[in-house]
Design a protein around this ligand. Structure first.
Ligand SMILES: [Zn+2]
Length: 92
């Protein structure tokens, strides 16, 4: 279960950088259907994705580098949040 969650978290962040394969998309969907923790994580990532698209559309001409940096730092924060959740889960 834990291993699957890590795998899914990784697929979620990978989906920013590349197109997931059909198999990976299926794994992701299947796991999200069963796991509320990852569903929440995925949902917040998806929300951020919309924000990034907005930033990209409005900021690209100005400074693409900056947008990329803030994207990375937000993703990093989300990953840390996810780790905290997983830690709490372990200690219950
Ligand atoms: Zn999970």
């Amino acid at each position: 279960m834990k291993h699957a969650c890590k795998h899914v978290a990784r697929l979620t962040s990978d989906s920013f950088e590349r197109q997931l394969s059909l198999l990976e998309q299926m794994q992701l969907k299947l796991h999200l259907a069963m796991c509320g923790l990852c569903r929440n994580y995925h949902q917040s990532i998806k929300t951020m994705e919309h924000v990034f698209v907005y930033i990209r559309e409005h900021d690209l001409k100005k400074d693409d580098q900056l947008s990329n940096e803030s994207k990375k730092s937000i993703l990093y924060r989300l990953k840390k949040e996810k780790m905290k959740d997983a830690g709490m889960h372990k200690n219950h």
